[in-house]
Design a protein around this ligand. Sequence first.
Ligand code: B12
Ligand code: SF4
Length: 652
Amino acid sequence: MEKKLILVYPPHIPDPSGLYGQGREWFPLGIASIAAYVGKEIQTVCLDLFNYTMENAKAEIIRELDENTINYVGFTLMTEQRHVVLDLIDDLKGPLLEDYNIKTIVGGPHASTMYNQLMENYPEIDYIVIGEGEKAVKYIITDPNPSRLVKIDEPIDIIPSSYDGIDYFKNLNLFDTAPIILSRGCTDHCTFCMTNKTFRKYRVRPADEVYKEIENYVKQEGIYKFKFHDDSATADKANLIALCRLLKTLSTFDGVTFEMTARADQLDEELIIELKHAGLVKIALGIESGSEKLRKAMNKKLDINKALENIRLLKAHGIHVHLLFIIGYPGETEETIEETRQFIIEAEPSSFSNLPGLMILPGTPIYNKLVREKWIDDRYWLKRSPPPYYTKEHSQSKLLAFSDIIRKKYKAKIVIMAVVNQDIEVFKAYLESLKDLEIPPYIEVSWMFALHNSPELAKLLPEGSYYEVNNRLSHDFSHTWDYDKFAFIADEKNKLVNIAKEAKADYIFWVDSDLILHPKTLTQLFHSGAPIVSTVFWTKWPACDQEMPNCWDADHYSFNGGDFERYRKPGFYQVGGTGAAILVYVGIYDRNVNYTPIPNVSYSVWEDRAFCIRAAAKGLPIYCDTLYPATHLYTKELYDLWYNNNKRGEKV
Ligand code: B12
Ligand code: SF4
């Protein structure tokens, strides 16, 4: 019987609180690496199902199964997604699929620590791998009688190139950035971190090999941006400098750039200059806390003065410095929060993240301590709950407040923008709804409108929040469009993007001037963490019998199975296209995403369609949040109705 290996990175379940959610622009290097190692000898397919729903993920795996074959389906088991994987395994082993010969394998961070629990409680898992997966998977598939629990003690000597793994992907989404790894493991042992549970020993890849991999991405795939997945790429300075020197040519002539994570005190000016010349544009540094006492408790051996000096040097060389902090480690107090705040004020990073809470991960020293203190025990991982945040000393709202204190100096800048030619009464109602938006302390909001043919509207706006453009087009409530109108709007929106960039805004919140927003809209969209996310509203267009949402699955108002009513259910949906009330991270406009019509797509004259098509082509996910629908006042009748029914009408 033939053997086929299917390696799966499972779907991601968005965090329901919206506080810790992450957009995904990373590529699953773990399964790529296993595929690169075994793929030449074993028929292998990789599926990156991170952005899939459970149903679609299952369907995709089933599509890959071959009859008359032993199908090994291997999953990356992250703690956060453990139940997603266990449910998928349950389904695959169910009666419907009994015709297929399926053997399941799990590996990755959660399997590397909770293997005993998995052995005892999940008989449907056939093999559990501790640590690195390459040799283990090969052993499982080729050994005539492999053991159920597999731990290969000697770490892999030649770390595979992710480039050699990409050919095995069925649905690879590289965005425009490729992953690179120069080292495995970390020289440190912080109490909250799991890295060394998987990799155990720190190893680096030879510089020339990594260079070859980057060169392949550039020359064969036309990819010029790279993200280093290393935890500690700077620990071997000589090897890193050797790589930088090789990369200089690609950086100078091909415009190659990269981002990486490093230890803040493992840098010096010589290395920073080499990194800069090699194409480093952004670096993330784990500081974790401004308090020495807390850093000590975390076993974070950081020379803080050296770190400060390096942050300044990096910035002086034009490199974006992103600092990472943990808020709420055991022992956190108002005083330690103030120390962190002072550190940030002194360091002046380009950006930083301070998630409110310490995620407790199994097998880490801090987890073992909390088990001893009876705050948690292994049974927790049998529940369907996400990894817990440490709230023994401070509630989640207190942690949020701590996080806000730190953010006070640094706020996300959001500029609300629209191209406006509107009836004055509707515009007044619109402005009221913008003023009513809830704005948390870590967000700073401003407005910028392109007004055309609307001197009377200018009187309603504060100085500096609008500019006036020629009055080629007049407003009517008919929503009839011609090419001139489209071209005008697209041009103006592209101009507004440049204004946002010049103002160093983090996000643009585009809100069409005939929409009345729910006050919680902006915070809801912001907390989703998604780079492109709209809020839903429903419109009954003259040509339709039913109300339609402002999001669709494909093309122009096309819905999978014709079903658009599903967007009535409050939720967070990945969609094909959307617009009109949409929060967009300004950084995405650097990827050639804009509003200009695409000559060979007729409906891309609608500037939102052009934008969404370009974003999708770049692999950027587009979301629509349907929890707080907006109201669309696009006809005089609707406005009158809304005015008569709504208290806000009296206020205007
Ligand atoms: C880049 C990264 C991300 C990226 C991309 C993740 C990805 N797709 O790989 C982003 C930013 C999206 C991310 C998000 C998160 N991450 Co992360 N991330 C990493 C990081 C730094 C590198 C991952 C990597 O590429 N490693 C290199 C590859 C080669 O290793 P690997 O993926 O572990 O794969 C090897 C083995 O695990 C194993 N293996 C993996 N899959 C499989 C499958 C089978 C069948 C087998 C047999 C073996 C096997 O074999 C592989 C090759 O040897 C790691 C730390 C680290 N150094 O690994 C943390 C890490 C994986 N992340 C972690 C966490 C906690 C998170 C978040 C929960 C953070 C948050 N607060 O939101 C989210 C969860 C997202 C999710 N559910 O996918 C933890 C995982 C702990 C855990 N128990 O699950 C780690 C270990 C860091 C830590 N804190 O200790 N992360
Ligand atoms: S330095 Fe980073 S990767 Fe290394 S142990 Fe500490 S947190 Fe983990």
